[in-house]
Design a protein around this ligand. Structure first.
Ligand code: C2O
Ligand code: CU
Length: 461
């Protein structure tokens, strides 16, 4: 019988390791030709609340909690998805700049994978950093029930930390009995999205991890919730932002009330307190009540490390946009008339509330709308994005990375990203080199917005 304690240990193994560089996890071993590993989607009971198991959660792999997939930059990776669910699914590798055929978007890049069927994914991750994986079919239901895991792409030349802890931050829509309730309310989908009722880190409420006193810990944070935007801060220790959305930041800076939205990642260098037993905490300060997401307890004698001693992370091989020869493309977010879309295999929510350039996405249909833009491979484009809606939207582009510039609302640091959190009334420019051919989805990562129209795609030929 699994006790809460052994499960907690399992979560720790999936979520953290201490130092060292040969880290191929249970599913992360690079395979060359045929997929040597499988990733099974299945139903599971989850120990999220103290009300006993939550029934009919969904997970990847054999453990309760989806595994951290470890890959290496430039090394081929292969994995066979086995769908053990009674509904179709796919896997999208959020932030990885890979072959379009491996991108996991039903109809656009691959057929959906029926229950009992499988699909072979194989690609070579070009960039090191923190990424994540999740379905792109019936996404609100499947992600809401658990299908979201973190990807770590390692670079052997990266700075070695005293410990590394992977943090999958997400909420669950559970009733007082610890069982799932309706995933969304239509009136909330038309606003900020429907919030979860139970907040977790690696599927546990405020877990605690041990880390060496006075040591430097790499925290790899992924915001995988379907709705919630966070304002992150660390209490009881110093923390530097070293990477965001998979890419090293140009400069490191002290973490100070940083906002991240669904789909975004943040890598922090945390300097643990010196005295044994001292606690540092990762907090969400958005909203009225501060929430403690996870705590870290200092163990052993202080290693007396210094944040300033950390070498820089190596940059990823990204193309710098050529602003002198850029073509501008407008993208205007809007609410849309409330008309019912036709039901889709991948689960329509039954409403259109949102649109990009006035077109609501024809949800998961075999006959999607035309691409909103066609781009020529190798050329620079600037997406002029405007958000006249009263909501914040984490906009995610598949397969390519952009540099946000010239916001009328935020001071931006030069940085490559795949997900931009656009504020109400914000206008921003996302500059990119169209260096990966294919049809790439561009959508809001508040999944209710994505599924009720705020989705489109661009084509690179
Ligand atoms: Cu995180 Cu369309 O994806
Ligand atoms: Cu949105």
């Amino acid at each position: 019988m699994l006790t809460r304690r052994t499960l907690m240990k399992g979560a720790l193994v999936a979520g953290a390791y201490a130092g060292g560089m040969s880290l191929a996890g249970q599913l992360g071993k690079p395979a060359s030709a045929k997929a040597a590993t499988t990733l099974l989607t299945r139903r599971t009971d989850a120990l999220i609340t103290d009300k006993g198991p939550t029934r009919a959660a969904m997970t990847y792999g054999d453990a309760e909690v989806p595994p951290v997939l470890r890959m290496r930059r430039g090394v081929p990776f292969a994995l066979r998805l086995e769908n053990g669910l009674d509904e179709p699914t796919t896997v999208h590798w959020h932030g990885l700049r890979i072959d379009n055929r491996m991108d996991g978007v039903p109809f656009l890049t691959q057929p959906y994978v029926y229950g009992g069927d499988g699909f072979d994914y194989a690609f070579t991750p070009p960039d090191a950093g923190t990424f994540w994986y999740h379905p792109h079919c019936n996404t609100l239901e499947q992600m809401g029930r658990g299908l979201a895991g973190v990807i770590v792409v390692e670079d052997p030349t990266d700075a070695v930390f005293d410990a590394e802890i992977v943090l999958n931050l997400r909420d669950w829509r559970l009733g007082g009995d610890g069982q799932f309730i309706a995933q969304f309310k239509p009136r909330d989908a038309a606003r900020a999205g429907t919030f979860g009722t139970v907040r977790t880190t690696n599927w546990r409420q405020t877990p605690q991890y041990d880390a060496p006193a006075g040591g430097l810990v790499r925290l790899r944070i992924a915001a995988t919730d379907v709705t919630r935007i966070l304002t992150l801060n660390v209490d009881g220790a110093d923390a530097l932002v070293i990477a965001a959305d998979g890419n090293p930041t140009a400069d490191r800076f002290k973490l100070d009330h940083l906002m991240i939205g669904p789909g975004q990642r943040l890598d922090l260098a945390l300097r643990m307190p010196d005295s044994e037993g001292a606690i540092a905490a990762l907090m969400d300060l958005r909203g009225t009540k501060p929430a403690t997401l996870v705590t870290f307890r200092a163990t052993g004698a202080s290693l007396k490390r210094n944040l300033q001693d950390l070498p820089a992370l190596s940059a990823n091989p990204l193309s710098e946009p050529d602003l002198s020869a850029a073509t501008e493309i407008p993208f205007i977010l809007s609410a849309s008339a409330e008309e019912r879309p036709k039901d889709g295999i991948c689960g329509s929510l039954g409403y259109n509330f949102w649109a990009i350039n006035k077109v609501p996405w024809a949800d998961d249909s075999g006959d999607p709308t035309a691409p909103l833009a066609e781009m020529k491979a190798g050329r620079t484009y600037i997406f002029n994005v405007e958000n006249p809606t009263p909501q914040v939207h984490p906009l995610h582009l598949h397969g390519l990375v952009f540099k946000p510039m010239n916001s009328n609302k935020q001071a931006l640091r030069p940085h490559f990203s795949d997900t931009y959190l656009i504020l109400p009334d914000e206008k921003v420019q996302l500059a990119l080199v169209a260096d990966n051919p294919g049809d790439w989805v561009f959508h809001c990562h508040i999944i209710e917005h994505q599924k009720t129209g705020m989705t489109s795609y661009v084509r690179v030929t």
